[in-house]
Design a protein around this ligand. Structure first.
Ligand code: GUN
Length: 294
């Protein structure tokens, strides 16, 4: 029997919990969490993601501020905005949506974000704290996956977890979190990437397979074993003759053939995506409460 890991449902549950918490904060006259997002340029996917983040803030009663900057923004101008947010006491946490235009050095911007306000968990200090299992902001997508595994009480201890993709946003932090001495965690982790030879040999040995590759329907039934737990991070628009819009969203996993072999699987859409948003909100509440940095 295959069980769906319903990220949409769990995300809604987390957002309801946050909504109730905001009610309590309001009653007690406390500070309402305030998230800011910087969006540079007009990348279509980034626009969609940032709009979803702002909308989620409204839904749970957080304040949000969207700073839209033109594609032509210079690195100096963006650094000035970052410094302004760092010192603005009204803003509890903020994100700089990636990717940035090519003429801006992403690492330089990330390093300029005050670690206390880095609710994406991308600053080197927060990445280091994560690796050392110290309190920190966990990056939203990996944190969302951890919360999904936790709420479905999936047994991870001693399991072989194969992560595909080594990005700083998903694959790399995911591999660290699954290997930690924590629950969920305590896995034996293999991190595969675009240069991995004989990928199928690894995927076939996975008890838990986390795919963050960006290649639609890449993982097929012959690549996984019976009973595998599948976490599909991919989300790509592909042409479809059966939808009105002419496209559909596809994950990195060929769902129809892989799902029957899996014990648990995340759908696309409605799996990992909504969990990313919920996690960002949780991090913002932690920032406003100064839970990580007192
Ligand atoms: N681009 C893709 N995912 C993310 C994310 O989680 N945070 C930011 N800032 N940019 C992204």
């Amino acid at each position: 029997m295959t069980e769906i890991l319903d990220g949409k449902l769990i995300s809604q549950q987390i957002q309801e919990e946050l909504f109730l918490e905001i009610d309590r904060i309001k009653e007690q006259g406390g500070k309402i969490p305030h998230l800011a997002a910087i969006l540079v340029g007009n990348d279509g996917a980034s626009e969609t993601y940032v709009a979803a983040k702002v909308k989620a803030c409204e839904k749970v009663g957080f304040k949000s501020t969207l700073l839209r900057l033109p594609e032509t923004t210079t690195e100096q101008e963006l650094l000035a905005k970052v410094n302004k947010l760092n010192t603005n006491p009204e803003i509890d946490g903020y994100i700089v949506q990636l990717p940035l235009p090519k003429h801006i050095n992403e690492n330089k911007i990330i390093e300029a974000i005050a670690p206390q306000k880095d609710v994406d968990g991308f600053h080197p200090q927060n990445v280091g704290r994560m690796a050392l299992n110290l309190p920190t902001y966990l990056p939203a997508t990996p944190y969302g996956i951890i919360q999904l595994l936790e709420r479905y009480a999936i047994d991870t201890t001693g399991k072989h977890c194969v992560v595909i993709g080594r990005s700083h946003i998903v694959g790399s932090p995911m591999s660290i979190l699954m290997a930690r001495n924590a629950f969920p965690g305590n896995c034996t982790v293999t991190l595969c990437h675009s240069r991995t030879a004989n990928l199928k040999e690894f995927t076939q040995k996975a008890d838990i397979l986390i795919v963050a590759l960006g290649k639609p329907e890449f993982i097929t039934a012959d690549m996984v074993k019976e009973g595998v737990v599948i976490i599909d991070v991919g989300i790509t628009r592909i042409p479809s003759a059966t939808t009105k819009s002419g496209f559909k969203l596809a994950g990195d996993v060929h769902y129809d053939s892989v799902a029957p072999k899996a014990s648990f699987i995340t759908p696309v859409p409605g799996g990992v995506g909504p969990m990313t948003i919920a996690s960002l909100l949780v991090n913002t509440l932690k920032a406003s409460r100064k839970e990580i940095y007192k």
